[in-house]
Write a protein that binds this ligand. Structure first.
Ligand SMILES: NC(=O)c1ccc[n+]([C@@H]2O[C@H](COP(=O)([O-])OP(=O)(O)OC[C@H]3O[C@@H](n4cnc5c(N)ncnc54)[C@H](O)[C@@H]3O)[C@@H](O)[C@H]2O)c1
Length: 442
């Protein structure tokens, strides 16, 4: 652990806070902090990130939204019974699980919910701000780890976008670890560009796509002609059940295929399938079959079988992302953090698709985070984007000029925004977030 870590406490607000990934994040953070487990899989605990000023794991405070009410300690026991968490870990970190459980608020929309979009966004944002205020947090990063949704059909905001809008309004940096729409909804492009907050996504790259982002460049660099690339995934758990819906699976598969198109320069024959096999629980088998031509047209096949524990692969990435994005916010960065493409199937901004190049970009980003306690004097409400350009999601990151301005524009109540209680912004005012959103949608 770096000696230069920030002492401030930082919130991690998980959308889907009672799911497998979220529960593994909370239990895993407590286990590593207590020295019960080594930080295996945590890239931010490697030497390249020493002195980057990342918040310490021990400084992270968890909360979130979910639509189910299974207590986190019980969820952790179920994960231990399934072999995802070590036996005995849930009881060893019972206090931390109970503390996070107390900070989980009802999400939405719930069946029969009569709240309209604006009421949902307002309610979610109020929960986030309340969390920050009660714990005296320097900032909170909102991370979407809820069930994958189908792509939206029509103008209505899907739940992931309601939460993303709430994060902007509450002044919280945002990470979308799922393939769901989140900030990528057209109605959120302008607020995302104007909010002065950093954000990252989409869809964590933990297994089959991770391997594809290594193997694709290998074939290209060796001048081998890939003729077909087919894949099948077998998984259970909540994610397996959600992805049994063809519309949800289509959102996931699009990211997997995009990595091939980007690294091979062409889309090979072949498809990706996801089968729900409840008996496998959180354990995933991903099989890839790659047909390629060598010298003089010699026909060859590579087959790979990845057998992973989904949540154990995802949880350290969520912790890495929360720490990196929190530090980016502290340093006054805003806009899409394309340097975090290493973590995603479908990265925001202009990012290389090969894992090696993505790692180089990530290490460069760690260098940018070094130095000082941060350029940002306070939290949201005090920041300004030097020049965010006209684009929103997908544009390159911009440095915060620190001159004050638009950071408060999506914060409904500027003195309730994260960090704004001590450093109120001078741009935008109460209710402007609502205006920005509704103007865009007219
Ligand atoms: N390796 C990985 O595990 C991995 C990799 C990439 C992406 N992801 C994504 O992470 C997400 C979580 O995966 P998981 O295995 O934890 O799934 P899970 O089914 O165990 O958990 C999802 C949680 O989201 C909650 N939820 C559903 N709708 C909600 C809403 N509107 N508001 C708030 N909460 C809601 C559910 O109640 C559940 O507790 C999925 O979208 C998955 O595709 C996982």
């Amino acid at each position: 652990m770096s000696a230069s870590v920030s002492p401030a406490r930082v919130g991690v607000w998980l959308i889907g806070a009672r799911g497998s990934v979220a529960t593994t994040v909370v239990a895993g953070c407590a286990a590593v902090t207590a020295g019960l487990q080594p930080p295996t899989g945590l890239v931010t605990e490697t030497p390249a990130f020493a002195d980057s000023g990342l918040p310490a794991l021990a400084s992270l405070v968890f909360g979130g939204h979910d639509t189910v009410d299974c207590p986190l300690p019980k969820r952790a026991e179920a994960l231990a019974a399934g072999g995802v968490l070590p036996v005995g870990l849930p009881s060893a970190v019972a206090a931390e699980l109970a503390a996070a459980d107390r900070e989980i608020r009802p999400g939405g929309p719930l069946p029969g919910d009569t709240r309209d979009e604006e009421e949902l966004i307002t309610g979610f944002a109020a929960d986030m701000r309340d969390f920050v205020r009660r714990h005296g947090l320097a900032r909170a990063v909102v991370v979407n780890v809820a069930s994958t949704e189908p792509a939206p059909d029509g103008a209505a905001l899907p739940p992931s976008s309601l939460y993303a809008a709430a994060a902007l309004r509450a002044g919280c940096p945002y990470v979308n670890f799922t393939p769901s729409t989140g900030l990528h909804h057209p109605a959120l492009a302008a607020p995302a560009a104007a909010c002065g907050l950093p954000y990252a996504g989409r869809d964590g790259k933990t297994g089959q796509t991770l391997l594809r982002s290594v193997l694709g460049p290998m074939f290209t660099q060796r001048a081998l002609a890939v003729r077909a690339w087919s894949g099948t995934n077998l998984l259970g758990g909540g994610d397996g059940a959600a992805l049994a819906d063809p519309a949800a699976a289509a959102a996931k598969n699009a990211g997997k295929e995009r990595v091939l198109a980007d690294t091979l320069g062409t889309v090979p024959e072949g498809e990706v399938h996801i089968d729900d096999v409840p008996a496998l629980g959180d354990w995933k088998t991903a099989w890839d079959h790659i047909a390629f031509d060598g010298f003089l047209g010699a026909r060859m096949i590579l087959q790979t079988t990845w057998q992973g524990c989904d949540s154990a692969l995802a949880a350290p990435l969520v912790l890495d992302l929360a720490r990196l994005v929190a530090r980016a916010h502290e340093k006054g960065l805003s806009g899409p953090l394309s340097e975090l493409g290493f973590y995603f199937k479908d990265p925001v901004g202009e990012a290389p698709a090969a894992l090696g190049e993505q790692y180089t970009a990530l290490v460069g980003f760690a260098g940018r985070l070094r130095g000082g306690a941060g350029d940002r004097p306070g939290g949201v409400g005090d920041s300004a984007v030097e020049d965010s350009g006209a684009g929103g999601v997908g544009d390159s990151v911009v440095e915060d000029s620190g001159a004050g301005g638009v950071g408060g524009s999506v914060v409904e109540d500027s003195d309730a925004g994260v960090g704004a209680a001590s450093e109120p912004g001078d741009g935008g005012g109460p209710g402007r977030g609502t205006d920005v959103l509704s103007e865009e949608r007219r």
